[in-house]
Write a protein that binds this ligand. Sequence first.
Ligand code: GCV
Length: 715
Amino acid sequence: MKYLLKNILFVLCIVAPVCSIASADDGYDLWMSYRKLDDATILKEYQQAFSSIVIQGQSETLGIIREEVKKGLDGLLGADLPVSNILTVGSALVIGTPRESELIQKLDLSDKLATLGREGFLIKSTKINDVPAVVIAANEDIGLLYGTFHLLRLMQTGQSLKDIDICSRPRIQYRLLDHWDKLDGSISDERGYAGKSLWKWDELPETIDPRYKDYARANASLGINGTVINSVNANPDILKAEYLKKVAKLADVFRPYGIRVFLSANFSSPISAKFAHESNRRGGIGNLKTSDPCDPEVRLWWKNKVKEIYQFIPDFGGFLVKASSEGMPSPQEYNRTHADGANMLAEALAPYGGIVMWRSFVYDDSKVDDDRAKRAYKEFVPFDGKFSSNVFIQSKNGPIDFQPREPVNSLFGAMPRTPLMLELQIAQEYLGHSKHLVFLAPMWKEYLEFDTYAKGRGSTLASIIDGNTHNYQMTGIAGVANTGDDRNWCGHLFAQANWYAFGRLSWDHSLTAEQIADEWIKATLTSDANAVNTIKSMMMGSWEACINYMTPLGLHHIMQEGFHYGPQPQLDKSGRIDWTSVYYHRADANGLGFDRSSTGSNATSQYFSPLRETFDDVNTCPEKYLLWFHHVPWDHKTESGRTLWDELCYRYYTGVDYVKEMERKWAALEKDIDPDICLHVKEKLATQEKDAAIWRDTCLGYFQKFSNRPVPASN
Ligand code: GCV
């Protein structure tokens, strides 16, 4: 008996883990696991609507659509649907362009299709030859792929398809992920928190990791249509032929998914290695002594290099350039301007349809202004209208650097004759890395809906970057990627929701954060109504909570230097002040905050009226930006009636309490969520709670030295 028991235990020990691995959800499938729907009514509706799939035409993209739609419908419906190019009896999903599909041609959708451009699509329920059909139609195959993913999304979220009649096209033309991946395969010191780079440079071009395809598929499912695959701190080697061959292989995988490859270029690439400066950010793969953009040899070097790139990658998208920033080389070293530099590259790319994304993230030059927040505006606005038509100025959302909260960068609205491309950060560099649950869609919505008043009321950031305010001829948005080779792509399962949200907003910035959360939860985690609501409630407040436990009331950049994770409100041993926390928070016996009003750095003057006046007056400045724009006395009365000090304490406690509440809510969902995911998130939340308390105690402990007022034990 004892022997038998021992054997049973042995078998259980061996088998149990195997079973749990087999059934475990490791997060690899992202929002595309296509679990069978459990709502019987909607399942029946879909089963009746789709007894077959009909796709006419041949192309690589159509092949992908066949694969995706089969996988999606079979999974969601628990079926094995036939895919063919002939419509038979029953009911069908019919996908095609009028050019390739006579079934679609017959429907005469030309008026609608004329409004949809190259990437748009329509989904419509109709009848073809008396057969009830749901149709996905578009002008190009890529539109069909986007339409297919959209239909699957509607089904994952359980929406009725009866009488469906929708048209969709992207509001923004260039929708890019910016990877800050290095050529040695690391991302960790470039703000990557999910393992190593997805790109296996040592295996390419011979070996193509199947994950490249999954990456492209995930992006295409959201409508992302470009990727900058290397860090803006660009290693010039990326432009050597040996790397271009590798990049070309990635481009081949991404192309049928509608994704173009772009590269970050190092401005001093043309310089010979023997003339390159010592810093590892300096260029040096060419044979020249200079990278002066007005030097004919330099211009020729770039023209030849671009020609070579297009031989490898015929649909190459263009260059992203970080110049005059954090030690990166620039045209200013030769007394040339940003426009000289960007236009030289633009001229080389123009014949092939390529573009330049020239970043406005500049703060190296101390002569420009003492206030870092003012520098981009001062350096770029004078050049409005001086850039070639294929140049974007790519600007971070805020004037400093992806802080938990900033006002919108004053550059937006101030360059009516230069297309501005918005740069957001999906990676949570300043928001708890991949350790904290922080859903970023509410933050991005706050920025997108921020009214700059550039052309009067309604000149929102969204309307600037989608071209409506200034009639830009090119429009673009980029998100600094949070992906890596971790099995679940993003480190934290909930960080996937930020990749998802970025993609969805880049296609349609009018979507609400709630809708995006709702879609992501249902596609990724569960469709149980209570669980969905609980998770949504966790996500929706998580950004504000993070602000509260890190940088409430407009505080900013008080993170650990370099690492940008934990709090470091104090100076380090070196005593250096510039770009340290004390530069930004300016705590003293009188109060707290950076005076950027007209009595201080006057950064408020860079905004349009009436924002300028609203921000300038401490009594009208929105409290969320209070310490961003003002140095405020500790006893200043805030909106709640509490003094600044008491409000600060209140906010720090509220932030931590929110994390505790998320832990409680998550614990109650155990039965609705895959056990592995449940545990993974539970552990992350425990870390977040610990970290949030450290933030609160460190910051309040430090600021108390100046305020001289007591810190309460709780709210
Ligand atoms: C890629 C911040 C980050 C840097 C980043 C830089 C940039 O300073 O901390 O890691 O460099 O922004 O956006 O260029």
